[in-house]
Design a protein around this ligand. Structure first.
Ligand code: BG6
Ligand code: MG
Length: 212
């Protein structure tokens, strides 16, 4: 089982949105929650590029890097205030059940802040492998993060199930030859093999039986 982090394990997708919204405001770019769907799952720099596309603006490389640093500073100010209860409903139990039933678990996140967030939530030891933004060079929808996750678990891609809240992540899973469970709304994740609105009351067997 391969899990995205932001918006799947923890509600940090909201903090990414709020931080980009603030950056968009400074750049004079109107930015809605609908626009934000296009940023989900993308690396920090790729997200800025999409935001600049939306606003039809161009910056030089140095300015891009400064805006990325500033976005991360704002994002981390939310992370500092985050409590353990920011973990999404049902996730702790799902991870616990999955471990008990002998599934192998990996994190597959674009975020360079993943280690810090896992630590804050007390989840560092919940995963058999952690592949994050520091370990990949290609952003979702490239499958690199999940291919590396599967390989770290010693599993064939077709035996893997990916949990994702981003369309870019669903595409990455499929490009890697894996099944993809969308967390969120069907309208935002049209290509997911199945949709859950949350992990509340869900155990891994439910997922496997629905995907077969
Ligand atoms: C992904 C988020 O998990 O991580 C994106 O969905 C974010 O919104 C990306 O841009 C990179 O995160 P970070 O923490 O390295 O800026
Ligand atoms: Mg996500």
């Amino acid at each position: 089982l391969l899990f995205d982090l932001d918006g799947v394990i923890v509600n940090t997708a909201e903090y990414h949105f709020l931080a980009w919204k603030e950056i968009a405001g400074r750049l004079g770019i109107p930015f809605t929650r609908g626009d934000n769907e296009r940023l989900k799952g993308l690396s920090r720099m790729r997200s800025l590029e999409v935001l600049l596309d939306i606003g039809e603006k161009k910056l030089d490389r140095g300015e891009e890097e400064r805006y990325c640093e500033e976005k991360n500073r704002i994002y981390l100010s939310y992370i500092r205030k985050m409590e353990k209860d920011a973990i999404l409903p049902g996730v702790r139990n799902f991870l616990h059940e999955a471990k008990r039933e002998g599934y192998l678990l990996a994190l597959g996140s674009a975020s360079k802040n993943a280690g810090l967030i896992l630590e804050k939530l007390g989840l560092t030891n919940s995963f058999d492998a952690v592949i994050d933004g520091n370990k990949v060079s290609r952003t979702k929808p490239d499958p690199e993060v999940f291919v590396k996750g599967a390989s770290a678990l010693g599993m064939e891609p077709e035996k893997c199930i990916v949990f994702e809240d981003a369309e870019a992540g669903i595409r990455a899973a499929h490009a890697g030859g894996m099944k993809a469970v969308g967390i969120g709304k069907r309208e935002n994740l049209p290509e997911a093999d199945m949709i859950l609105d949350s992990f509340r009351g869900i155990v891994p067997e439910t997922i496997e039986s629905m995907l077969i």
